[in-house]
Design a protein around this ligand. Structure first.
Ligand code: 5GP
Length: 194
């Protein structure tokens, strides 16, 4: 998605030992909603003709992107995995574990209420980044626990120099990334795959 690549080149900042791309001026802290809408449209086009019952994402960064995408997909429901098992998600939940990429690789659990994910449903996964694939693997695990089906994964930015893309595709999941980064460093900036 050319517009996204230009935005990354303009506003993205490489940090964290050249492993973290900060895009918090438009994607995952301050949010450019009109731009997120265009991202949602792009996912809609890429997954056109795929029957989808539900979008599943993970809090917090995925939620805005998933909501704008849902509008593009004729208002299908958005479900997000929670990182804390609060009182209002007590009861029957699916649980899976994520190794945090941004928080020192400390593992944490994610939770989804069984009430909102049903056997046989066709689920599109959405997230902001794909790095090592741990967050997406946990979402796939939860969909499978529910007896539901993963239609594919819509990723805004795939860091293709990390193993997540290969890992998820090797599970047979279709991954559509709107920008794929081949390499990045504070000195040279971001280089895209294509
Ligand atoms: P993974 O589980 O694939 O290693 O990492 C995916 C999750 O880590 C995403 O949900 C995203 O929030 C976060 N993440 C991974 N890499 C980056 C990055 O370079 N920048 C930002 N802002 N978040 C990232």
């Amino acid at each position: 998605m050319e517009e996204l690549k230009q935005r990354i080149l303009r506003d993205g900042k490489v940090r964290g030992n050249n492993e973290v791309l900060k895009v918090d001026s438009f994607l995952n802290h301050q949010m450019d909603v009109a731009f997120l809408q265009a991202i949602g449209q792009e996912f809609r086009e890429r997954f056109a003709h795929c029957p989808i019952d539900r979008i599943l994402t993970i809090e917090a960064s995925g939620i805005g992107i998933a909501c704008l995408s849902a509008l593009a997909f004729d208002k299908i429901p958005v479900l997000f995995a929670k990182k804390n098992k609060t009182k209002n998600i007590a009861g029957d939940v699916y649980i899976s574990q994520v190794e945090s990429f941004t928080q020192g690789k400390r593992p944490y659990n994610i939770f989804v209420s069984k009430e909102f994910l049903r056997p046989g449903e066709r689920v599109l996964l959405i997230d902001d980044f794909l790095a090592n694939g741990s967050a997406l693997s946990a979402l796939i695990d939860i969909v499978h626990q529910a007896g539901a089906e993963v239609v594919g994964a819509g990723i805004v930015i795939e860091k293709a120099f990390q193993p997540g893309g290969d890992l998820i595709r090797s599970k047979g999941v279709r991954v559509e990334s709107l920008a794929r980064i081949k390499a990045m460093s504070e000195e040279t900036g971001v280089v895209f795959c294509d």
